[in-house]
Design a protein around this ligand. Structure first.
Ligand SMILES: Nc1ncnc2c1ncn2[C@@H]1O[C@H](COP(=O)(O)OP(=O)(O)OP(=O)(O)O)[C@@H](O)[C@H]1O
Ligand SMILES: [Mg+2]
Length: 244
């Protein structure tokens, strides 16, 4: 069964079309990669699915579990189980990390004790306990911020997880920590996942069936992950454009 189907999507910001004629499918229990060079439109596509109001949909449709969600607001999409780990999260002055985590957990867990348990378990697994009593994002290193963002995604208990570049600017130890948490605490409980990367740092640790490659706002290739990765890492993204 399809969990997500995108048909002929054109989307952008203001009057600028950034992604064009996007067709994409995600089947139940599938995890896929979305690859592409800088500025190719990966974040724009992911944010279109999450319903970011900054993104304007010009044409086309997005179906989630066969329901047309193209014009549904982001809060309703989130209630239906779509969650995104955004690439550049905001820093929240005056909001303690523990408080933010507790607020997100409270949507699914009524008991304070159970929430504390969940927050402690995930924070320990992601090695971010030392951040819990600090303002969210303030003074966090790049890797700490990515791990904290992954925690928020897990606390939101998504059905469809959209993960934007967990591995860019992050050391190998942090990548392994995040990959382990994604496998142990996320992948068992979701219907589908789209993982965005351009460095490919995380792909060794998380198995994905298929990959889409986006280039200049268009999907230029869709295929088996192992083939796509070997082609990209030996010959670059352009090679897929030329081999079509
Ligand atoms: N508000 C905006 N106004 C105009 N152009 C924008 C705006 N936001 C994004 N863009 C442009 O859209 C293009 C695609 O951006 P996007 O963030 O989707 O790329 P990306 O593939 O995620 O890149 P990266 O790998 O660097 O994260 C870029 O050229 C970017 O400058
Ligand atoms: Mg991006």
């Amino acid at each position: 069964m399809e969990i997500l189907r995108i048909e002929k999507l054109n989307a952008g910001v203001g009057d600028n079309i950034i992604i064009r004629d996007i067709n994409l499918k995600l089947f139940t229990r599938e995890s896929i990669l979305l690859l592409g060079p800088n500025a190719s439109g990966k974040s724009t596509l992911l944010n279109s699915i999450a319903g970011n109001p900054r993104i304007k949909i010009f044409n086309g449709s997005i179906f989630y579990n066969n329901e047309d969600i193209t014009s549904l607001d982001p809060v309703k999409r989130n209630e239906k189980g779509i969650s995104i780990m955004i690439q550049n999260p905001p820093r929240l002055r005056g909001v303690k990390t523990r408080k933010l985590f507790d607020k997100i957990c409270s949507r699914h867990i009524k008991s304070i004790v159970e929430r504390e348990k969940e927050i402690n378990e995930i924070s320990k697994a992601l090695q971010i306990q030392h951040l819990l009593d600090r303002d969210y994002g303030h003074g966090f290193s790049g890797g700490e911020l990515k791990r904290a963002e992954l925690a928020t995604l897990i606390f939101s208990r998504p059905r469809l997880a959209l993960i934007d570049e967990p591995d860019s600017g992050v050391d190998i130890d942090s990548i392994i920590i995040m990959a382990t948490v994604i496998k142990d605490h996320l992948m068992n409980n979701i219907d589908g996942m789209i993982l965005v990367t351009h460095t490919g740092g995380i792909v060794k640790y998380i198995e994905t069936s298929r990959s889409y490659v986006i280039y200049n706002g268009r999907i230029i290739y869709e295929g088996e992950t192992s083939y796509v990765l070997s082609k990209i890492f030996s010959e670059g993204f352009r090679s897929l454009l030329e081999s079509r």
